[in-house]
Design a protein around this ligand. Structure first.
Ligand SMILES: Nc1ncnc2c1ncn2[C@@H]1O[C@H](COP(=O)(O)OP(=O)(O)OP(=O)(O)O)[C@@H](O)[C@H]1O
Length: 212
């Protein structure tokens, strides 16, 4: 799925937080949104995933405008195409690891859940409450959810922040696998290793500064 921002701007209150960004995210590729802290990487990621409405410009998926659509159209996009690994990982602490993968109760030995967990190195942890996992493990659990859903578009915020070198390499490899299987992977990051692994790099526009 080709996901594109066309001259997208976002204003919240009186603050312009995204400044006329245009980016084309291709299937089979990782696209890095890069730039200094506060440059709007997370906001643009949310715009591309239809989590944040645009003030100007448009987002298209395979050439069809998907920004500004009805809540129903957005839900269909999320349900049918998108997976997210955002900064709080979206893990439900009180539920089991297996529940967090499938987002419903599954048989203990559900092979698809097991395969997704194996993919991220969390095999055998199905029955544990997800709240017992470490930050890095929760992040991999969120990736297992995306694997389980076989999403065509994956939106990932700072996937390697706060990970050690071994886990950074593991997560970069997992995201790369996703892209190789044909998904469109969009990553907001300031990690140089993560950025280097991305075929396409999109530096955020510097905000326009008015000097009086
Ligand atoms: N809901 C909001 N309301 C008001 N301002 C916001 C909102 N969300 C983000 N911002 C502001 O928009 C700017 C861009 O934030 P964003 O999180 O997109 O940047 P970033 O490049 O991802 O930063 P970092 O690398 O520090 O995570 C920041 O100045 C932030 O305070």
């Amino acid at each position: 799925m080709i996901i594109e921002a066309h001259d997208v701007g976002v204003t919240i209150g009186r603050r312009r937080i995204v400044h006329g960004e245009s980016v084309r995210c291709e299937p089979g590729e990782m696209t890095a949104l890069t730039g200094p802290s506060g440059s709007g990487k997370t906001s643009l990621l949310h715009v591309l995933g239809l989590l944040l409405p645009v003030t100007s410009g448009a987002v298209t998926a395979d050439g069809t405008v998907v920004s500004g659509g009805s809540p129903r159209a957005r839900r269909a996009f999320w349900r049918d195409h998108a997976a997210f690994v955002l900064q709080d990982y979206g893990i439900i602490d009180d539920e089991s690891v297996a529940f967090n993968v499938a987002l419903r109760r599954t048989r203990r030995a559900d092979p698809r859940v097991r395969a997704a967990l194996e993919h991220v190195g969390l095999q055998g942890r199905e029955a544990e409450p997800a709240g017992h996992l470490s930050g890095g493990e929760k992040q991999r659990l969120a990736l297992a959810r995306a694997v389980h859903r076989d999403a065509r578009a994956l939106f990932v915020d700072e996937p390697t922040a706060s990970l050690d070198a071994a886990n950074r390499a593991l997560v970069i490899g997992l995201l790369d696998d996703f892209a190789r299987r044909g998904a469109t992977v969009v990553v907001a990051t300031h990690d140089e290793d993560m950025t280097a692994a991305c075929a396409h790099r999109h530096p955020m526009n510097a905000p326009t500064i008015t000097i009086h």
